[in-house]
Design a protein around this ligand. Structure first.
Ligand code: PEP
Length: 250
């Protein structure tokens, strides 16, 4: 019922040429009628080249963030209308690197999410706990708070146009993946919490897992009942490993 989704977060990597080549290799390597929805999120500056390369392919182009405003004196930001002009259909919001390195808090993340929704871009909302929070038994409280901050602003119905990514911070870029059981426990919790606010929406919203997913561990994670695909960092930078992960989601 929920179409699996696998999205590559290329972070601050590559060149215009390598980004275009990677996009071409991914699009070219997908099986015909692939049952998995696929997206890639290059750096902002490579979006035009990647979008051009992916024209007439099923691979969606996403951004790694989106401004909380439409236009104006907001140096360094890129707005949802700008992203749309270049063919973006997805935007990551609330990635832990934005939250922890650049100090983006729940209110800003919610405003960014809201702008994506307003302009018809699917926000990929990242939530997840640090190792310290997990060890203190705060995992559920943290993801509940991060999610509710967004729902308070955008409303539960916004999830019809959005995707959630559970990304435990301790698993991102560390090679330390959550076990399928650890991930499923949190995904099931998120879906249960959402069900209390809207059963149909909770059943339909896709919840991706992110954190050191690779070609070897993807299938066991994606086999879990509430894991609907993945947000992939490091392993999305090589077409063959990314395509193996896509295959594991089918
Ligand atoms: C991410 O940055 O969203 C991510 C999941 O990274 P990695 O796959 O490298 O852990």
């Amino acid at each position: 019922m929920r179409q699996p989704l696998v999205v590559g977060n290329w972070k601050m990597n590559g060149t215009r040429t390598s980004a275009r080549d990677l996009a071409a290799a991914i699009a070219g390597g997908l099986p015909a009628n692939c049952p998995v929805a696929v997206g890639v999120c290059p750096s902002f500056v490579f979006i035009p080249a990647v979008a051009e390369q992916l024209q007439d392919t099923p691979v969606q182009v996403g951004a790694q963030n989106v401004a909380d405003q439409d236009a104006g004196a907001f140096t360094g930001e890129v707005s949802a209308p700008m992203l749309k002009e270049f063919g973006c259909t997805l935007a990551i919001v609330g990635h832990s690197e934005r939250r922890l390195i650049y100090g983006e808090g729940d209110a800003l993340v919610a405003a960014r999410y809201q702008k994506a929704i307003e302009h018809g871009i699917c926000p990929l909302l990242c939530i997840g706990e640090t190792l310290e929070q997990r060890e203190a038994g705060e995992t559920f409280a943290v993801v509940d708070r991060q999610l509710q901050a967004v729902l308070d602003v955008a409303g539960i119905d916004s999830l019809k146009q959005a995707v959630i990514a559970y990304e435990p911070v301790w698993a991102i870029g560390t090679g330390r993946t959550a076990t399928p059981q650890q991930a499923q426990e949190v995904h099931a919790h998120i879906r249960r919490q959402l069900a209390a606010q809207g059963e149909e929406i909770a059943a339909q919203v896709r919840i991706l897992y992110g954190g050191s997913v690779n070609a070897d561990n993807a299938a066991s994670l994606f086999a879990m009942a509430d894991i609907d695909g993945g947000l992939i960092g490091g392993a999305s930078l090589k077409a063959d490993s990314f395509l193996s992960i896509v295959k594991a989601a089918a």
